[in-house]
Design a protein around this ligand. Structure first.
Ligand SMILES: Nc1ncnc2c1ncn2[C@@H]1O[C@H](COP(=O)(O)OP(=O)(O)OP(=O)(O)O)[C@@H](O)[C@H]1O
Ligand SMILES: [Mg+2]
Length: 235
């Protein structure tokens, strides 16, 4: 994968998903979690997918982030199919996508600063620069010097989620994938987190994909979909 984040000039699409499907097979029967999903998004766009529990939102996000393999379909990032054999999925996961989760998924025994430098460990960036970059990202998220040195288990939910967003940005990804990012936050704190995600699209040109139960997030969407039984419906 190249680090170039120019737009696919033919379509203007940055991310395009075609016929994406995933079935989980089990003794109790098969579950079609994602069923022939198509959508595309441009650089700088916020895409919001709302659906009930079990509708396939997390599975779709994991497919796009290459944490799960699809049974069928294509995921094109700048015209390059990341599901094709030979695609560098390790580089894709590390450098092109950043994840934000409902339960934050920080390493609770590490400080905010350490959580943000962690994803840079495998990169060629020298340690001093990693630190500087992490401090910059945390300051942008409103995490001050004291909190930067505080362990994650001592932070409020809103603080943890802002640290988690800084961590997602550590390797300057093109795509931010957020799974129920406000699910464990009060309404006001949740709105702050949504505002941050929207700014990352509008000001930094990130492509932001949010999946959620929370219908109120639809307000900020450039593109909004409902997901039901693994299928996407535009609205
Ligand atoms: N690893 C797995 N193995 C088997 N079945 C799975 C697995 N992951 C998800 N499923 C099933 O796939 C369907 C979609 O699950 P998914 O987690 O994507 O839904 P969701 O929309 O994110 O739900 P929620 O809002 O509760 O988070 C569900 O029926 C779920 O039980
Ligand atoms: Mg889910």
């Amino acid at each position: 994968m190249s680090g170039d984040n120019a737009i696919n000039l033919e379509t203007g699409d940055f991310l395009a998903v075609h016929g994406l499907s995933k079935t989980f097979r089990g003794k109790a029967g098969d579950v079609v979690a994602v069923d022939g999903v198509d959508f595309s998004a441009r650089k700088g766009e916020v895409v919001v997918i709302v659906g009930p529990s079990g509708s396939g939102k997390t599975t779709l996000l994991y497919l796009v982030g290459s944490l799960e393999n699809p049974d069928a379909g294509e995921i094109e990032v700048l015209g390059e199919d990341i599901c094709a054999s030979g695609a560098d999925l390790i580089a894709y996961r590390r450098e092109r996508v950043g994840f934000v989760f409902q339960f934050f998924n920080l390493v609770t025994a590490l400080t905010a600063l350490e959580n943000v430098t962690l994803p840079m460990d495998l990169s060629a960036v020298p340690p001093e620069e990693q630190r500087r970059r992490a401090v910059d990202l945390l300051e942008r998220m409103g995490i001050d010097r004291r909190l930067q040195r505080t362990r994650a288990n001592k932070m409020s939910g809103g603080e943890k989620q802002r640290v988690a967003i800084a961590r997602a940005l550590a390797n300057d990804p093109d795509i931010i994938l957020a799974d129920e990012p406000t699910g464990n936050l009060d309404t006001a704190t949740g709105m702050t987190v949504v505002d941050i995600l929207v700014k990352l699209a509008r000001e930094d040109g990130k492509c932001v994909l949010i999946v959620t139960h929370d219908e109120s997030i639809l307000e900020v969407a450039d593109q909004a979909f409902h997901m039901v039984d693994g299928k996407l419906n535009g609205r």
